[in-house]
Design a protein around this ligand. Sequence first.
Ligand SMILES: *[C@@H]1O[C@H](CO)[C@@H](O)[C@H](O)[C@H]1NC(C)=O
Ligand SMILES: *[C@@H]1O[C@H](CO)[C@@H](O)[C@H](O)[C@H]1NC(C)=O
Length: 387
Amino acid sequence: MTFLRLNKKSQMAAAIGVVLVASLLYFYPSKACQFPAIYNFGDSNSDTGAASAAFGRLPPPYGETFFGKPSGRYSDGRLVIDFTAEHLGLPLLNAYLDSIGSNFSHGANFAASGSTMQPVNAKLYEAGFNPLSLNVQRLEFEQLKDRTEEIYAQAEGSQITSNLPKPGDFSKALYTLDSGQNDLHYGLMKLTMKQLKESIPYIINQFSLSIEKLYQKGARIFWIHNTGPIGCLPFFVITTPPKREDTDQSGCINSYNEVAQEFNKQLKEQVSKLRTQLSGVALYYVDIYTVKYSLIREANKYGFLSPFGYCCRHYGDSSLRCWEKEIRNGTEIFATSCSDPLKYISWDGIHYTEAANKWIANHILDGSFSDPPVPLGKTCRSPGFSN
Ligand SMILES: *[C@@H]1O[C@H](CO)[C@@H](O)[C@H](O)[C@H]1NC(C)=O
Ligand SMILES: *[C@@H]1O[C@H](CO)[C@@H](O)[C@H](O)[C@H]1NC(C)=O
């Protein structure tokens, strides 16, 4: 290497040159987007505290790996939405429904665990799904936006606005969505396969209505996750072991994953349709299904144990699930976690560990699973945008 033959001074100069070029390449022209805010919608895959605030606090050991206490997230640590916010240099999103110490100056999270894309009805509610479905989440957003604008109009510059977004930022913000898994979950529990498949167009239509309404409220850039391989969740593989002919090469439930794929196919088609209907919209369809499935199929290769094991389990002889607690002899007991959550993909049988979420986030944020294939950090440069 010629570099080695240079004297100290020129070595230094060369090194500075390399650093300069590298930083120029890094910051210009590929500098990541400065999104002022993220607004997120969905279910437990991206809930950062809504269900926990509304329906009872999530117990330990949730949150133990990263937050050191339950944070309202259904994981031992951060979720894909958290890694997404970090990637964009934004603070982690507070749940809109969490009234204790929340700060929405850089966005808000409307996602709620146990929520569906379709509006909840008595049947869904009885089956354990909650009323914070996507249409309600969208109404929460509208309220945040309308009242923020009202407060700014009345009290510009005063302290009252320091935990609220800036009115001008709504149209420059990133809108993310990860929903649909519970619609499938409900169907798999309560409907026949045929009925479930027939219900998909209705569910997708509800998705479409929400996107249109958000668009009417000024949202322009959307990053939409499809739904994951529900047939690979340990909860299903273990509680409803598939027949041999319904087990795929990775040990997942084939028929369950087929429904998820059908849902995703229709979601993708609808996203394409919306692109032609809403002028100036930028819709990114993100194939998180394939990313999650790859991780599960080659768990060992990526340093994880069996994808059907999970870290947080019942305590002693009790049948406690991770999200439950019990009073024994006057003291609360909780489920217990494994000693090595970093080695597990699943945290509690349904939700992913922080380690898995980080792996998944790393694979989607660079755009390699997006349609169109644009890294998240460049999506603000979609035609028609300049922030
Ligand atoms: C909210 O967060 C912003 C940005 O991080 C900060 O400037 C502001 O002071 C915070 N507001 C409150 C009330 O904590
Ligand atoms: C509850 O307390 C009684 C009396 O101290 C004890 O014998 C029993 O083992 C305790 N049960 C549990 C589950 O800890």
